[in-house]
Design a protein around this ligand. Sequence first.
Ligand code: GAL
Length: 747
Amino acid sequence: MRSVAAFNESWTFHEGFTPELAQAFGEGRVVSLPHNAVELPFNYFDETSYQRAFTYQKVLRWHPEFAGREVSLVFDGAMADSVVYLNGEEVVAHKDGYTPFNARLTGRLREGDNLITVKIDGSENPEIPPFGGRIDYLTYAGIYRDVWLKVTDAVSIGNIKVETANVLSDLKSASVRCDLSNPQGLAVSGTVTATLRGPDGAPLGTASATTAGESVTLAFDNLSAIALWDIDAPVLYEMVVELKSDRGMDHYASHFGFRTAEFTADGFRLNGRKLKIRGLNRHQSYPYVGYAMGHSAQERDAEIMKDTLKCNLVRTSHYPQSKWFLDHCDRIGLLVFEEIPGWQHIGGEGWKQESVENVRRMIERDWNHPSIIIWGVRINESKDSHDFYAETNRLARELDGTRQTGGVRFILDSEFLEDVFTMNDFILGNEELPGSNRPRTPLREQRECTGLDRVVPYLITEFGGHMYPTKIYDQEQRQAEHVRRHLEVLNAAYGDPNISGAIGWCMFDYNTHKDFGSGDRICYHGVMDMFREPKFAAYVYASQCEPSEDVIMKPVTFWARGERNIGGVLPLIVLTNCDEIELRYGSLVKRIGPDREHYPHLPHPPVVIDHRHFTKDELGVWGMQWEDAHFTGYVGGEEVATLHMVADPVPAKMEVRADSHSIRAADRDTTRVIVRALDQVGSRMPFLNDVVTVKVLGPAKLIGPQTVPFQGGTAGFWLESTGLPGAVTVEVSSSRFAGETLHLTSV
Ligand code: GAL
C-alpha cells in the first residue's frame, strides 16, 4: 500500500547555491512550504531581486518502512530549474516551474539521517518556457507548492485515466486505464481491480483483470441512473483502483464526471446544451508572496470566480495551476481552459522540446478533471511555428482524445492546427489609434481573424486588459468606460452564434515586469484588485446570472455631484439582473428597464439612466443642491433590492470581513481579510486616504506589512496560521474609524 505524507515543514532555506552546499547542512532560515524565496512589496520593487539561485534543505530520517520499497519526493511545483540532491548526489533535475516532478530516492537512502537539498533558480533561464523574451507577469522563485513523501511497494499504480462514453444516453459507460509504475523493471504478476463509486461513495460496479506489468483498461458499461457533471450540478463520481501483485499492493483513486464538452462552428455545447462561455483569465499570483499560496487560498479564487463573478469558465493563463484550484473547479462546477507555460516567445530546439514535455505533464496530471474542457497547446500569443505546434497538437490528441485543443493567438490568419480557433481580440480601443478609420468595434467577425473561408469552432480568449487599464480608485468616469467595454464585448460574444464565448482579461490586477503595467510593477487589468476586491467592472459579469441565483444591482457611481467631468452622474449605468430599476432623487421618481437598445444580446443588459429619463436640469446642474439617491430593483413587479446612496458621505464604519473564521493550524493555512471604509449607509468611500493598522494576537501571522492604505475605500491582507491551535484576535485600527476586532480560531 502507498503512503503519501506532506513533506512541507522544517526546511532550511538559504540564498545562493554551490554543489558543496549539497554535501552538508547549511545555515539558514527555517521555513515551511509553500514558500516564496523573496517577499516583495505591494508595488514599486525590483523584480530581479528573486532572479537567482536559492537552496532548500531538509533531513529525511530513515524509517524501517522504507526497506525494500519505492521512496520518492513528489514536488507539485517549484520555480524553477530545480535540482534535487540526496546526500550530495544529484537525483533529479526538473526545469519547468509549473508542473510536478518526482525525486526517486529508492536504493540511495541510508540508515540514519539523509540530507535532501533542493536547488532552485529564479533566473529567467532562456532555455525554458516561458523565458527568453519578455513576459507580462512575474515568475516568483521558490518551492511554491506542496512536497510529498511517497512510499509504495516496488510495483505500484503510476497513473489512471478515466474516460466516459455514451454520456448523453440513458445507459452510460466509463473506463479506466491503469498504468503501473515499475521503475526496477521487475517481473510482476497481479490483478487490477477498479470500483466505480457514486457521489455518495456507494459502489456501482467492479471490474478486474490480470496484468504482467502492462497497462490494463477496465470498462463499465450499461450504467444507469448516472447524473451528469454540469455547471449547476457538478456531480462527481470516483474511480478507485487497486493493485494486488506478487510485487506489492496499491490503491489509487480519482474523481471524475460524466459530461460532454464540444466546441462547434456554431458555439459551445456542454452535455449537448448550448452554453455561452463567460469567463475571465486568472494568474496564480498574490500580493507579497507571489505564487506561494496554499490550499484554501487556491480554492477561494475558484469560489470568487463562480460565486462572486458568476463566471462559468476560468482560463489558467498562462500555465497549469494548482491542483487545489482545479479540484475545486470540479467540485463547484467551474469550467477550465488550461494551457502550457509560455508568453509570446518561442525559443530554440531544447526549449521547444521542454514545451512539448509540458503538454505531456499537464495532460497526464489533469486528464481526469471534468472541469477542464480544452487544452491550450500553443505558447500564448506566439507566432506560427508549424512543426512545433503540429507536435503539441499531435501529442495532446494522442494522450487525450476526449478533449479538443486550442492555441491562443493574437495574430491574424495564423495557421489553424488546433480544434478550436482561440483568439485574443483586442480590437476594441483600436479606433483611438492614429490613422484608424475603423468605427468602435467590440469584436471582429471570426473570418477576419482566422483568414479561413469557413466558419470554425471559435472562442475569444482575451479582450480588454492593456487596452483600458483601470484602477479600483480611478475616476468614476473612467471606471464607467471600463464597464462599458466589458459590456460591449460580452454583448457581441452573446450576439454572434459563431463565437463560443469570451474570456476577459482578467480576474484581478497582478504584479509584472517594468516593461508592462503602470510603472509600479502592476498591471491594473483586473475586474478586481490584487486582493480580489471588485471594481465596478466585476458586476458586468456578476449581473449576468439569473436573479433567482442572486439579485445584482450595482450603480456605477460614487454618487457625487462633481466627480465626473462637467459634473453629475449621467449617463448612469446600473449593472443589474432586475427587470426594472427605480431611481428616486429628491421628489423625482423614474422606473427604467434594461437598455436592450445598446446591449440586445446580453442575458441581463444594464439599466442605463441618461437624458432619455432625466434632464440635466432635473439631475445635476452645477450649483444645485445635491441630494441622496434611492435605487430599488424589481423582478416580476416585486421589489427585490434597495440601495440608498447619500449626498453627504462621512466615515461611519470600518467593515472587517474574513473569508473564514477558522483556519487550520497545520499547512500554513490562510484566510483573506478585507477592510472597507464605509459611510453612514454602507457605501465604500473611494477617496478616503487613510491607513489601516493590523495587529494579530495568537497563533497566526499577517502576510505583508502591518500598515496598509485604503485604496478605493478598501484594503486587504491574508492571515496565515503558525502551526498551533488556539484563538486568534485581529485588531484593525484606523484614525477615521472606531477600531474593529476580529475573532478567529486556528484548529
Ligand atoms: C495579452 C496577454 C496577456 C496580457 C494581456 C494584457 O496580450 O496574453 O498575458 O499581457 O495582453 O492585456
